[in-house]
Design a protein around this ligand. Structure first.
Ligand code: ATP
Ligand code: MG
Length: 686
């Protein structure tokens, strides 16, 4: 047996070698690998890709899709490592595989086929915020924002639009199921969405959903579907449980009959229904094909977690209403049950984590091997403060990104506007940086240049608008030069920054910190080969926030991981801490209206718990601040343990509290007394 297969168990090996060795490799029928967390699904998929390559498949003809670019590049690295192990040091896969997210791959294909499908070749991509801004512009133009009854906000309009697209549904259906209060707006929304699509096309911009939608449209034409499908002998998808209907449609059109198609996932870990993901994709996959259904391989051994951690996680998911994948087993024995740690409040929660993290490091567990997970990005606030105070470096995944800050968006808008002067959202942003230009005048300028086949030349011919004074000429010079590519890449970022900085002083507070960020952005830009790649990849998968606010992970250093549970998918750490495992946070008050939503929150807890290899701590503060209401500093609510760990599951946990009672006996009794006294005071007046 070849070396790379030796470490796999029998079922994993079966999945890796499935269909390989047939005369026509792409004849391997569709395959579904469905199994619980930590059973080696991702590892198996990586081995399968390597195995295919080692057996003669062309890596340039393999398409590998995962839920984040980080996961995709990690997978590509793994494939390369396995191949090198077998072939000595010869690189065979490096940089050749098509790997990325659905959206990233969509962007790449659309660039290739833009001309053929009538798309502007230099299209720019709008992030969610830009999309909402454009939706808002259109909404204003149609007069819907002025109607007497409350029309959905720009964000809600975009959410409805996005759901219709991703769930391959109708406005009526989406309104009925998720926005019943807006049901009377169906006609107006139809008009709005039609106008939104027209606006995007006129301006040569695509939003995130378009990357999938155009792709799906493209492959719904048999000829193009063949052409694109034939680029790839193998198409593989990890985390298939979190794909939506549109993505499934794309896959089925790429590989009708399922030849060379492998998908991998775990229904118990489906956590993205708010983005229209549907568990039906994975459950229905086997029967999508005829005459022969897909082969299904399940895995039953967990290699990640110790037995007590696995038992607790199985306990939690065992209470789920529905589940296809079965419980796993492990031979990783341990005496240490996962801990349920009671702390007073979020400050103590932060104190506990810092103490534990440092203690773990003392015994040789690097910060990188530890992670703190939470339901919502804002939950880590107190911890971030404490980590910063104690000089413990961290990287935060998910949540607010470096690129969301106004000044970074400003600089990017300049570059984007130069690339595509028809992009109105970028145009509005850029023009209004100039003194004397407001929305009205910006609109007039944008109309004028958009009517010209050479918008930037037309910009140069516009007489300086009133009050722009000496600022107009340098602005036109900059954009003309950027449009002509005079400065090359990444030189143009520096030129744009130098032009922008004096304006930044006027527009934003705290200019010095912001300027440091822009320098940082320049550095990030120099890591990309071209403007187009930079803009696309940055928009689709921005770098994560770090404790030194640099916006790029400190690659060589040791740092603690802070992550939303959603962004922790597929990963593992030796020690995992979960914040605010209390009702109201987990399940979230916001997310848990219906039974389905509640079930998804339960799966979220399961996903979090199953990230841990050796040690797991679920922390339950007795009170936590209610976000958005804590402006007066002391608005908090008393909290109780999450309902997903009812009394019957407590046997799987060790219950402790922190700080240990002995150490701070006086502190604890003081807070006790205060509550007692308060009760007595109220009693006095009865
Ligand atoms: P998730 O559902 O969380 O995405 P997964 O099923 O994709 O998990 P992997 O991440 O592939 O699981 O594997 C979990 C851990 O188990 C990894 O550390 C991996 O290296 C290890 N592992 C997988 N298969 C084996 C094996 N046959 N022998 C030893 N270790 C293995
Ligand atoms: Mg995985």
């Amino acid at each position: 047996m070849t070396a790379h297969l030796e470490n796999l168990n029998e079922r994993q090996r079966e999945a890796v070698t499935h269909g390989v060795g047939l005369a026509d490799q792409s004849a391997a029928g569709p395959l579904l690998i469905i199994a619980g967390a930590g059973s080696g699904k991702t590892n198996t998929l990586a081995h399968r890709v390597a195995h295919l390559i080692l057996n003669g498949a062309d890596p340039r003809r393999i398409l590998l899709m995962t839920f984040s670019r980080r996961a995709a590049s990690e997978m590509a690295r793994r494939v390369d490592r396995i191949c090198r192990q077998v072939l000595g040091d010869k690189a065979v896969a490096d940089g050749l595989l098509w790997s990325g997210t659905f959206h990233g791959i969509g962007a790449r294909l659309l660039r290739l086929y833009a001309e053929q499908i009538g798309l502007a070749v230099d299209f720019t991509i709008h992030d969610r915020e830009d999309s909402a801004d454009l939706m808002n512009l259109v909404r204003h133009e149609l007069g819907f924002s002025k109607t007497e009854t409350r029309f959905p906000t720009k964000g809600t309009c975009l959410a409805i639009y996005s759901r219709v697209v991703n769930a391959v549904s109708s406005i009526a259906e989406v309104l009925k199921s998720a926005y019943p209060w807006a049901i009377n707006w169906e006609e107006e929304l139809k008009t709005l969405f039609a106008a939104y699509v027209t606006a995007k096309q006129a301006q040569g911009v695509l939003d995130y959903d378009d990357l999938l939608l155009y792709w799906a449209q493209m492959v719904s034409h048999a000829e193009l579907a063949d052409d694109i499908g034939n680029r790839f002998d193998h198409v593989m998808v990890d985390e298939y449980q979190d794909t939506n209907r549109l993505q499934a449609q794309i896959l089925m059109s790429l590989k009708p009959g399922g030849r060379g198609l492998t998908v991998v996932g775990d229904d118990a870990q489906s956590i993205y229904s708010f983005r229209a993901a549907t568990i039906r994709n994975i459950l229905d996959f086997p029967n999508e094909f005829s005459p022969r259904p897909a082969d299904v391989i399940t895995l039953d051994r967990n290699y990640r977690s110790t037995q007590p951690i696995l038992a607790a996680a199985n306990g939690v998911i065992g209470l789920a209403r529905e589940r296809y994948t079965k419980n796993l087993w492990t031979d990783r024995a341990s005496e240490q049950k996962p801990r349920l740690v009671t702390v007073k409040d979020e400050n103590d929660q932060a104190g506990f984590i810092v103490e534990e993290v440092l203690a773990n490091r003392e015994i040789g567990m690097a910060l990188k091997q530890q992670a703190v997970l939470f339901r919502t990005s804002s939950h880590s606030g107190a911890l971030e403060v404490e980590l910063t105070r104690r000089n413990i470096p961290f990287v935060k995944f998910g949540g607010l990104k470096f690129l969301d800050s106004a000044h970074v968006k400003d600089l990017l808008a300049i570059i984007r506007f130069a690339q595509n002067p028809r992009d109105r959202v970028a145009g509005f942003r850029v023009l209004q940086m100039l003194p004397g230009i407001g929305p009205q005048r910006a609109a007039t300028i944008l109309d004028t240049i958009a009517a010209d086949p050479e918008p930037l030349l037309s910009l140069a011919e516009i007489p300086p608008p009133p009050k722009t004074g000496d600022d107009w000429a340098p602005f036109v010079t900059l954009l003309t030069a950027l449009g002509r590519n005079d400065h090359g890449w990444p030189g143009e970022i520096e030129k744009a920054r130098l032009w922008y900085e004096p304006h930044l002083d006027r527009i934003h507070e705290d200019p010095e910190t912001r300027k440091a960020d822009l320098l940082q952005l320049e550095q990030i830009a120099s890591g990309y080969p071209s403007r187009e790649r930079f803009l696309t990849e940055l928009t689709l998968d921005p770098p994560d926030a770090t404790s030194d606010q640099a916006g790029v992970p400190l690659l060589d250093e040791d740092y603690l991981i802070l992550s939303t549970i959603h962004s922790a998918k597929g990963q593992e750490w030796r020690a995992v801490f979960m914040l605010n495992v209390v009702d109201g946070c987990m399940p979230s008050d916001l997310g848990a209206g219906t039974t389905d939503e509640l079930e998804e929150e339960r799966r979220l807890l399961y996903v979090g718990m199953t990230r841990a290899r050796d040690s797991l701590s679920l922390i339950t503060p007795q009170r936590f601040y209610t976000y958005g209401q804590n402006t007066r500093g002391d608005r908090h609510v008393y909290a109780s343990r999450t309902r997903f760990i009812p009394a019957m599951l407590l046997q799987f946990f060790e219950q402790t509290s922190w700080p240990k009672v002995a150490a701070t006996a006086s502190g604890r009794s003081a807070s006790q007394i205060r509550i007692d006294v308060a009760a007595n005071m109220r009693g006095m007046w009865k």
